[in-house]
Write a protein that binds this ligand. Structure first.
Ligand SMILES: Nc1ncnc2c1ncn2[C@@H]1O[C@H](COP(=O)(O)OP(=O)(O)O)[C@@H](O)[C@H]1O
Ligand SMILES: CC(C)(COP(=O)(O)O)[C@@H](O)C(=O)NCCC(=O)O
Length: 326
């Protein structure tokens, strides 16, 4: 028998596994579009792009059409698998949506990715009805966050009503006729009282949010032992270098001064009058105190759970794609 010495305690904690991903550069990935036609126009894109998150037709053709093509196969195959299970059980298969999670840092452009996926998937004959729900609706209202000392932890896992989110996704997945979710306003920086979005048995549900790939909350006294990600049929992690993300966050903050912050009802209205230097300092502080630590502690560690990782370069375009094959 041969004994190999692996070093001290630090070395012992490092786990090396075969990568479950196949990695492709942009050129190799874009070839997988094959002949799938571009069915979005420049006008569609103008409607879909986010603030500070540019998107053009080349990006759609080279990055998003292959994803759309792959997802169309996955939807069909997952449906077959579901029917096989129902036949095995001697049940009539209920209508159940294909659920996609979209995760990533604040300011990485999850919203644009999610809106594009919704648009592209809804153009396939098998999935005309695609709903998109963001997890910010499940943030606790500011009054609750304040009571719990969590106002400066917005976006951290504990700032969400995770049980309500789990119930929402589980009910949609179970084919319930009508399920509703609360609504968050970035402008007011709080949950909008009494407002709900209603989801009615879509073909596809996209669940977008910072923490959607997180595992279950493990507590001996309570909890279901399940997480929203248990209901995902596919997931996307939108990735970028932390330094780029911080810069994108700060730049978006500067631009929000002229748009959202200029609105007197905006929670951030007091920031509208800041000059560039002051605005950079404020955004930098919010990043350092909230969004940066949340990325490092909670979001980045979930990246390896995604089915697909899209890595953006500093100009916001996707330069590398990792697809899970194992
Ligand atoms: N303070 C704000 N006021 C108005 N809109 C905002 C504010 N912060 C973020 N947004 C918008 O909310 C959306 C979600 O932002 P975010 O959670 O950073 O995710 P991402 O940039 O990955 O889509 C984006 O469209 C962004 O432009
Ligand atoms: C609303 C958010 C928590 C994101 O929510 P998500 O939909 O990803 O769950 C985030 O955009 C946010 O507002 N963070 C607080 C710190 C900040 O103002 O950037």
């Amino acid at each position: 028998m041969t004994t190999t010495h692996h070093g001290g305690p630090a070395a012992a904690t490092k786990v090396s596994l075969p990568s479950p991903y196949v990695e492709l550069d942009r050129a190799a990935w874009s070839r997988l579009r094959e002949n799938h036609p571009l069915n979005l126009t420049a006008a569609d894109l103008a409607r879909l792009g986010g603030l500070g998150d540019p998107i053009d037709l080349t990006e759609v053709e080279e990055v998003y059409l292959p994803i759309s093509r792959l997802l169309n196969y996955f939807v069909a195959t997952t449906g077959q698998l579901h029917r096989i299970t129902s036949n095995f059980l001697g049940e009539r298969p209920p209508r159940t949506p294909f659920v996609i999670g979209v995760a990533g840092s604040v300011a990485v452009g999850k919203s644009t990715t999610s809106r594009l996926l919704r648009e592209l998937l809804s153009r396939w004959p098998g999935t005309p009805q695609v709903e998109l729900v963001t997890t910010d609706g499940f943030l606790f209202p500011n009054a609750v966050l304040e009571r719990r000392g969590l106002l400066s932890r917005k976006g951290f896992p504990e700032s969400y009503d995770r049980r309500a989110l789990l119930r929402f996704v589980a009910e949609v997945k179970a084919g319930k006729a009508e399920v509703s979710a609360p609504v968050y306003s970035h402008l007011v920086y709080d949950i909008v009282p009494g407002e709900r979005v209603v989801v009615r048995q879509p073909d596809v549900l996209i669940v977008e949010g910072l923490n959607v790939l997180q595992g279950p909350v493990v507590r001996a006294d309570r909890g279901t032992g399940m997480a929203v990600s248990d209901f995902f049929d596919f997931s996307v992690y939108v990735d970028a270098r932390t330094a780029d993300l911080q810069q994108w966050y700060v730049e978006r903050f500067l631009r929000l001064r002229e748009t959202a912050f200029a609105d007197p009802t905006s929670y951030f209205h007091r920031y509208a009058a800041l000059d560039d230097e002051q605005a950079r300092a404020t955004a930098g502080r919010i990043w350092r105190e909230i969004n940066g630590p949340n990325l490092a502690e909670n979001i980045l560690p979930t990246r390896s759970r995604a089915s697909l990782v899209l890595t953006k370069g500093e100009n916001h375009t996707v330069r590398r794609v990792r697809l899970r094959k194992l």
